[in-house]
Design a protein around this ligand. Sequence first.
Ligand code: ADP
Ligand code: MG
Length: 259
Amino acid sequence: MAWRRCFRFDVAGLKQTFFITGTDTGVGKTVLTTLLARFLRKCGVNVAALKPICSGGRDDARALHAALEGSLSPDEINPWYFRAPIAPLLAARRERKCVRLADVLACVRAMQKNFDLVLVEGAGGLLSPLGVFYSGGLRLSQNPPTLTEHRPSKSFDSRDLIVALGATPMVVCPNRLGAVNQVLLTLETLPKSFRGRARVVLMSPPNPDVASATNAKLLSEFFDTKRIFVLPRLGEKNEAKRVLQNPAVELTLRTLMQV
Ligand SMILES: Nc1ncnc2c1ncn2[C@@H]1O[C@H](COP(=O)(O)OP(=O)(O)O)[C@@H](O)[C@H]1O
Ligand SMILES: [Mg+2]
């Protein structure tokens, strides 16, 4: 189909990194990342999908592994994982470990070299503490990433990764009452240049409320309407393959990548 050729042409040679973050944990980041990975592979795009840091289980890494149909191993998709179902910074501390920002950046940058498009799923929300900038009081990198702002803590979060990687943020939020506030808070937290190219993805809830029908329009009074997307509710098992046969969903995903 013509648009598939067109899409392939647009991403070829353009090293792009999309960072899938959200207004909270459990909002649909993995659902979106796996859908995008499947969609892009279907379009012939050389795509990687990473969840660098997991805590409380590796289900997300397994979902991405399935979506990539084995092109990356679970350990490549998810190099750092910790047992406790709490913020990764704390979960790692419980195991007397820490994730260093420089190591995460090195891991993603290696993928950027080998793939045309890299999807990175964050853990938790935009400011969930993931690991440490420094170790033993020493800077870990001779070329430290741009820090977003003065920070009271030595920990890093998804916002720091987005900035250091120059990634395009995707902000996922359940499409229910409260979404407009949560999305605007998250967008406001991003540096202006990143906010300007961010995408907002509203995930349809199992039981839509009145707000579900009006959130996108209200949000468009504050944020570029072309960058606001609504994804339908998937079936119980997410039925990714069937969903991707829906032309409306394909069009949404394609526009999401190209807008
Ligand atoms: N559009 C959707 N269709 C079906 N289920 C969804 C959708 N969005 C989220 N979910 C469900 O919500 C739960 C949390 O989604 P998940 O992608 O794991 O969130 P996160 O990665 O942000 O923690 C999962 O059970 C997932 O299947
Ligand atoms: Mg997830």
